[in-house]
Design a protein around this ligand. Structure first.
Ligand SMILES: NC(=O)c1ccc[n+]([C@@H]2O[C@H](COP(=O)([O-])OP(=O)(O)OC[C@H]3O[C@@H](n4cnc5c(N)ncnc54)[C@H](O)[C@@H]3O)[C@@H](O)[C@H]2O)c1
Length: 324
């Protein structure tokens, strides 16, 4: 049975991935310094196939010890999102770049590690030049520190001579949504749905800007797929993760959500604060690895509404559900 090290496993995507891997017979270890608490993993803690290590991925000794009995790493730990990185640029540089490089160098050194999967982002594309869909080989134009650090790490990954029996893959995730045991309400679909459900007026800027979206469970499935794919198909390779039919403008998203929530109050305003605008093609992961999504934005919206209706989170506006 393979043992997978998931860094940032207590996070929004990480907690979903740890659960998926455990449910599919993997042994899982996770390192997380619990910036948002560890409640997201409490359902796994008694499972004998699951180990939790509380610590910082920048601690080389801790990571060396932790990695000793693992076969592969899915590296998710990071300061996540443009606003969080802009607010703490030194910390972002130190974790997203410094900590990630150190982790990868350890993986190169430790011959028991056979695979390294890096969580990158479609934000790397920044602003589209034309109206065409971007693909993996399109020019990258990161417009934030967050994306610049992801691009820099990808470049390092693909320019380094990687140990022959180590397979490194970068996954450019679409913007994620959906319910997770570590809930994030600072993600567009989740935030719009929450605010409209709570009867608040939604003020939307950049209504015409395109972005791709993918459910958190499908992103977790894509990590598992990479771990299970033939090495020659994923080695030193990069894949966009999402579905080409799931690109939306903010207006399309707002209209979709409003169609599920009666009396939604939305105002569209002109502001150019977030210049990201990209439509992404996801054919590569589908045709080369057979990846298909199982959930669409509409499913995610209904899931969030159900969670809000149930009152399972007593205060969905609590700051702990935000990364900033
Ligand atoms: N959420 C998205 O839309 C999205 C899109 C594209 C890519 N990604 C990438 O996916 C990954 C996971 O994102 P998420 O949404 O689950 O974020 P998250 O903020 O919910 O989770 C990140 C986790 O990493 C941990 N962490 C951060 N720095 C650490 C450190 N130095 N040592 C140990 N633990 C540390 C945090 O405590 C947290 O639990 C990130 O690399 C992110 O850049 C996310």
């Amino acid at each position: 049975m393979k043992k997978i090290l998931v860094t940032g496993g207590a996070g929004y995507i990480g907690s979903t991935l740890c659960t998926l891997l455990i449910d599919n017979g993997y042994k899982v270890k996770t390192v997380d310094y619990l910036a948002f608490g560890g409640e997201s993993l409490t359902h796994l803690i008694a499972n004998t196939n699951f180990e939790f290590v509380k610590g910082d991925i920048r601690d080389a000794e801790l990571m060396r010890n932790t990695m000793k009995d693992c076969d592969a790493i899915v590296h998710l730990a990071a300061i996540v999102g443009d606003p969080a990185c802009a607010k703490q640029p030194e910390l972002a540089e130190s974790i997203n770049w410094g900590g990630s490089v150190q982790l990868f160098n350890l993986a190169q050194e430790m011959t028991n590690i056979k695979q390294f999967v890096f969580a990158s982002t479609c934000s790397n594309y920044g602003k589209m030049k034309g109206t065409d869909f971007v693909i993996e080989t399109s020019e990258l134009s990161p417009v934030s520190l967050y994306a610049q650090l992801k691009v820099k790490f990808e470049k390092m990954l693909f320019e380094t001579e990687v140990r022959e029996d180590l397979t490194a893959t970068a996954l450019r995730f679409a913007t994620v949504y959906g319910f997770s045991t570590r809930m994030r309400y600072d993600l567009t679909v989740n935030e719009f749905t929450r605010d409209l459900y709570l009867g608040e007026k939604l003020i939307i800027f950049g209504e015409q800007f395109w972005r791709p979206y993918c459910h958190v469970k499908d992103l977790a499935r894509s990590c598992k797929l990479i771990l299970e794919s033939p090495k020659d198909k994923v080695r030193q390779n990069v894949f966009n993760v999402g579905d080409t039919t799931e690109n939306y403008t903010k207006r399309m998203l707002a209209d979709l959500i409003a169609s599920k929530i009666p009396n939604s109050n939305i105002e569209f305003v002109q502001r150019t604060e977030d210049p990201r605008d990209y439509r992404v093609n996801f054919t590569k992961i589908q045709s080369e690895l057979g990846f298909d999504i199982t959930l669409k934005v509409e499913d995610g919206v209904l899931e969030i509404i159900k969670a809000l209706e149930s009152g399972i989170l007593s205060d969905p506006k609590d700051k702990k559900y935000q990364n900033i």
